[in-house]
Design a protein around this ligand. Structure first.
Ligand code: DX5
Ligand code: ZN
Length: 226
């Protein structure tokens, strides 16, 4: 049994939505408001049509932050990225099941580099596709939207997938993370279905009061009054 990374519901801030002109400040504000990790999207313009951060951003963020840095690879060849991400200070690397025929080797490679390994799954891919790899991974990352863009609405059909993922993951005590469309109004239901890591970009960084939004997200997810 490997054990959960996060025992309570944890909140990860997706920096894709951070304001470029006040990037460090946005990140530091989110950290002091109580997020558990930063979520860093790396896109190659092929697996998804956009590009975003390169692995260098991890080094830059590591200089100002000591919390967990989770990298979400939306790339066609995840193998190219793992060692540089480890060197730059990432704690967890997730890559997409859709990008690899057999992800076992990549999962082991990430772990051998001293990081946790996550397996991400797109909305249209059946949850059964990840089943064989559950004994190996530390986290399942369920996309709540199509990958590639922030600010989309949560696809409500994904709630059943989250339940199914939690059922499958229970035996191995694996974190179930949800990325995309997480907001104060969707967080409660997403957590109730069994997600224990909520990843939010727009809901945190586009909010006027980031600390208030983080409090709202956490209390919705943990079932507390705000
Ligand atoms: C989307 C990214 C997400 C994105 C989430 O492809 O992987 O991490 O930043 O953004 P919101 O929270 O705005 O849906
Ligand atoms: Zn992401």
């Amino acid at each position: 049994m490997k054990g959960y990374i996060y025992k309570n519901v944890a909140l990860s801030a997706s920096i894709l939505a951070a304001e470029t002109s006040r990037f460090d400040q946005d990140i530091l504000e989110a950290i002091s408001a109580g997020i558990d990790s930063l979520h860093i999207d790396v896109m190659d313009g092929c697996f998804v049509s956009c590009t975003s951060f390169s692995p260098d951003i991890v080094t830059k963020i590591r200089q100002i932050a000591s919390l967990d840095l989770h990298v979400h690879l939306m790339v066609e060849d995840p193998r190219q990225y793992a060692s540089v991400l480890a060197k730059n200070g990432a704690n967890l690397v997730s890559f997409h099941i859709e990008a690899m025929v057999d992800p076992s080797e990549m999962i082991q490679h990430i772990k051998a580099l001293g990081m946790k390994a996550g397996l991400a799954i797109n909305p249209e891919t059946s949850i059964n596709a990840v089943k064989a790899y559950l004994p190996l991974v530390d986290q399942l990352l369920i996309m709540g939207v199509r990958p590639g863009f922030g600010g989309q609405s949560f696809i409500s059909k994904m709630l059943d997938k989250i339940s199914a993922a939690r059922d499958m993951a229970k035996k191995y005590e694996i974190d179930v993370a949800v990325d995309g469309g997480v907001s104060p109004s969707t967080a409660k239901e997403i957590a109730a279905k069994g997600a224990n890591v909520l990843i939010a970009g727009t809901a945190i960084f586009a909010a006027k009061d980031k600390a208030a939004s983080i409090r709202e997200l956490l209390s919705a997810a943990r079932g507390m009054e705000c």
